[in-house]
Design a protein around this ligand. Sequence first.
Ligand code: NAG
Ligand code: NAG
Length: 410
Amino acid sequence: MGVISDLLFVVSHLFVLFAFVNVPIASAQSIFNVKRYGALSDGKTDSIQAFEDAWKDACESEEPSTVLVPEGEFLAGPYEFKGPCKRRITFQVDGTVIAPTSPNAFTRKNWIMFSYIDEFKMSGHGIFDGMGKSTWGHNDRSGMTFPTSLQFSFMNNSIVEGITSKNSKMFHIMILACIDMKVRRLKIIAPEDSPNTDGIHIALSTNVEVTQTQIGTGDDCISIGPTNNGITITDVECGPGHGISVGSLGKYSSDKDVSNVLVKDCKITKTTNGVRIKTWEHSFPMTCRNFTFENIKMVDVSNPIIIDQHYCPTHNCGQQTNSKVKIIDMKFKNIEGTSETPLAINLKCSETEPCADVHLSNINLRYTGANLFKLSSEAESESESETPQSACINVLSPIISDNVFPKACF
Ligand SMILES: *[C@@H]1O[C@H](CO)[C@@H](O)[C@H](O)[C@H]1NC(C)=O
Ligand SMILES: *[C@@H]1O[C@H](CO)[C@@H](O)[C@H](O)[C@H]1NC(C)=O
């Protein structure tokens, strides 16, 4: 056979191959492109009706379906995408979805919500731009709340991956009352000085995993609120922001236990806190149990390890109150890096409910606070650079193993 006929032979067989591979895939997965429903990718025309219509058809589809937001800029929302849907459903965002900025566009609390869906997936490499600059200046006024960019509530067996959330008005992502939720490969970005722009807040949920995610915001990178069981955070880069935080807990009587939290293989850079557990000084009773913070690298973090059971931002919690939140079985293991304040390990537990079963092992946190001073001094002063400190208040028989520096609870 000549070269041409060889090629033709290969090509014809490729066609056969593609035909076989393609047909089943195409028919098993219906695509509902928002542009076909009239969405305009000019970044100016409100396209929420098209999103809504595409969602309704996809959700009613007898086959697994995908709502596609293709490349381009789409002004859309607020809207709640609700289940239940007939089959698996994917919301794929490859373009940029832009939030409205006029305050009266928000009759509901949040911007884009997904709720009551089983086997939901969000995917794509697109961006949700919350246009936060339009409200950040007003976030400090008491009582003012602004939309969360993406809220997932009452969802089971779901995945959120790939997308970027940028400049939310308040929280970027909230996960509420979800069971078996995987969050991976996200980017979450807002300026360091943007108020209340928490990265991911998780509450009332069971088995939530967050992994391979980069978060830099003006508030907590990840906050784990009340009533959670089985929260795993791995391979997260956090900073700037306020760190990875459990709390604040105990403010409401409905705040129930938080158990089985694992934070592992994370890097925390230039944040106000590293890993933190925070409970209200004046609080309802509940229990935090079995948390592990392991393999954490801290870079210039102000409070690398902190348990604060005296949280009272309003300063009128009364003098005699002690947090009723029990903190039991906490492990801090393989944590190293630099602290920007001398108090690198700060465990301030409640007098009435002392922390119990606190394990510290292999911790090395150096104090780098006086950077300017160090630069201008002689090399030999390295040895006398300030020693980091620890506090250990109301911690019942702590368990210290391997090297812990600064020495704590000794
Ligand atoms: C999620 O699972 C819970 C517990 O099994 C169930 O009550 C709820 O209806 C499920 N929700 C959805 C949307 O499937
Ligand atoms: C403690 O939490 C970890 C991480 O979530 C989990 O794997 C482990 O089974 C829990 N231990 C107990 C005793 O529940």
